[in-house]
Design a protein around this ligand. Structure first.
Ligand code: GAP
Length: 514
């Protein structure tokens, strides 16, 4: 199965098992907007809890807020989003399809890497055991030629993005002979800038109404509340403010399911530091955030850092944490050193002094900011991509299992009476009553036990508990584990401790070393 086929199956699975539905589907959906179903919302809430507690509970110097989506319109002038939150767009004149010029070029660059990898794989087959990959990569004329072409385009692209040179972006597309995937032609328009913010009107009359924006990042809600929080919580630098909330972007190229959405949710933390210490903190937060991802156990090699080619208007350093999705390594989270840009601009635009009095230095200054910013939905997709597994079982059977870390699984325990009679459903209900105050528990009495196991595997339930006739005699049940499919006989009294040992966040948090 190709990675593309696998991804299609994952999308279908998300719908079939109540994780994600297209928004307003009965009206044929709305582009790049999705709804979370009964299992999706549970997974999403657990992701948020993992993030929130790791920030706010595990760091004494981080507190949380929940700011409004609507903000004073000046916010977005001050932040630079009105002037600079743009994507470079290009249209194909034949298909009339619109593309992001930067994405077309980045995809071309990625294709050169794929070409090189294919060359290497061919050579590996040719040379067999004696193959020296490093030597081949550094000496093969074909590999060197492709790499040189790639590097030259890469440099032109980075320079053009940094200089905002739209004509040069178009020229790169022409020079690389990039064709529209729909029409197959290279009949391109000029490249234009397109602002990504959604706007609406606030106020009851047309004359009195003012244009406001749906926030494109949650961070600004934190910046405008910097003084409120610093004063009321008596925070001393360095300290952080965390927030989870919706953000909106009129994405032009909205693809790959929930990877790029128009309405999505962010988990952002702004860490305020003394000027001059920001690089130290930027490096520290890179480590902390990478550890948070890797603690989920999806394989350390599936994550990597990718430094930004083009820094956003507010940043002096920026990196992404990328995950190896079925469609390649892609950004899940950004870690940005935002300097004092935002607070200084809000100070300038509001006319209010936004400074910190540093008792150690005996002076006031505008703090610098290191930000960690991750999309809830993108994290959701990362977990689903990593967890979705198709397995062949003994006897020719197959199963789909979601190997979601137990702490994040939507349902922790499914309780099943072997038959719907002889008092077994009552015992099952008692077990549910014992567990339901602490965990999400499901009851399932329909179909064979095997089918019930498959249903729970498909939504990632770590434990299935079967009540049978022996339970009535000795108060024991069969516990079946999702990943190993191993079964064991356990006393009902021992269930809470057993479940807790796997689903409690404690172990996950301990891995973070905070
Ligand atoms: N405050 C900084 C900021 O917003 P960003 O790199 O534009 O930085 C941060 O976004 C994270 O938000 C991304 O790493 C991604 O996980 C998520 N994100 C951004 N745009 C998104 C979209 N259109 N759909 C889903 N998630 C998105």
């Amino acid at each position: 199965m190709t990675q593309e086929e696998l991804f299609k199956k994952l999308v279908a699975h998300c719908k079939e098992y109540g994780f994600i539905f297209p928004s307003s589907e009965i009206y044929d959906g709305l582009g790049a907007v999705y709804d979370y179903g009964q299992n999706g919302v549970e997974l999403k809430n657990n992701i948020k809890r993992y993030w929130w507690d790791s920030m706010v509970k595990l760091h004494e110097n981080i507190v949380g807020i929940d700011a409004a989506i609507f903000m004073h319109p000046k916010t977005w002038e001050a932040s630079g989003h009105v002037a600079a939150f743009n994507d470079p767009l290009i249209d194909n004149k034949d298909s009339k399809k619109r593309y992001r010029a930067d994405v077309l070029i980045e995809e071309w660059i990625a294709k050169q890497d794929e070409k090189i990898d294919k060359e290497v794989e061919k050579a590996r087959k040719r040379f067999g055991e004696s193959f020296d990959e490093a030597q081949y990569r550094s000496t093969s004329p074909r590999v060197l030629e492709t790499a040189a072409k790639r590097d030259a385009v890469h440099k032109r692209y980075a320079d053009a993005m940094n200089a905002n040179d739209l004509a040069e972006l178009r020229q790169i597309i022409i020079d690389c002979e990039i064709a529209c995937p729909i029409s197959g032609t290279r009949n391109w328009t000029d490249v234009r800038q397109f602002n990504l913010m959604f706007s609406t009107q606030m106020g009851s009359t047309a004359e009195g109404a003012s244009t406001i924006y749906l926030r494109p990042e949650t961070a600004q809600g934190i910046f405008v509340n910097y003084l409120n929080v610093q004063k009321t919580a008596r925070m001393k630098l360095p300290f952080g403010i965390a927030q989870i909330g919706k953000a909106f972007r009129n994405e032009i190229v909205a693809r790959q399911f929930i990877f790029r959405m128009r309405e999505f949710e962010q988990m952002e933390m702004q860490f305020f530091v003394q000027p001059g210490t920001e690089m130290e903190w930027w490096n520290r937060w890179k480590e902390i955030r990478m550890a948070w991802h890797r603690a989920l156990g999806f394989g350390d090699n599936n994550y990597r850092f990718h430094d930004h080619e083009k820094l956003a208007h507010y940043a002096n350093a920026a990196t992404d944490i990328e995950y190896n999705f079925p469609f390649g390594f892609k950004e899940v989270e950004g870690i940005h050193s935002r300097t004092d840009f935002d607070l200084s601009r809000h100070q300038q635009y509001s006319g209010k002094k936004i400074q910190y009095f540093d008792p150690e230095r005996g002076e006031s200054y505008v703090p610098y900011v290191v930000e960690t910013s991750i999309g809830v939905d993108r994290m959701f997709l990362q977990i689903m991509s990593a967890a979705y597994t198709e397995e062949k079982l003994d006897g020719g059977e197959e199963r789909v299992v979601l190997r979601i870390p137990a702490q994040l699984a939507p349902t922790k325990v499914a309780v099943m009476p072997l038959v719907k009679k002889d008092g077994l459903p009552d015992v099952a209900q008692k077990i549910i009553d014992m567990l339901k105050y602490d965990y999400n528990v499901a009851y399932d009495e329909k179909d064979s036990i095997g089918k019930r196991y498959r249903r729970q595997d498909a939504i990632g339930t770590p434990f299935c508990v079967t009540v049978d006739h022996q339970t009535l005699e000795d108060n024991t049940v069969t516990v079946r584990h999702r990943d190993t499919m191993a079964q064991e006989r356990v006393s009902i009294d021992a269930l809470p401790a057993m479940v807790d040992s796997e689903v409690s966040f404690r172990k996950l948090f301990q891995k973070l070393g905070l």
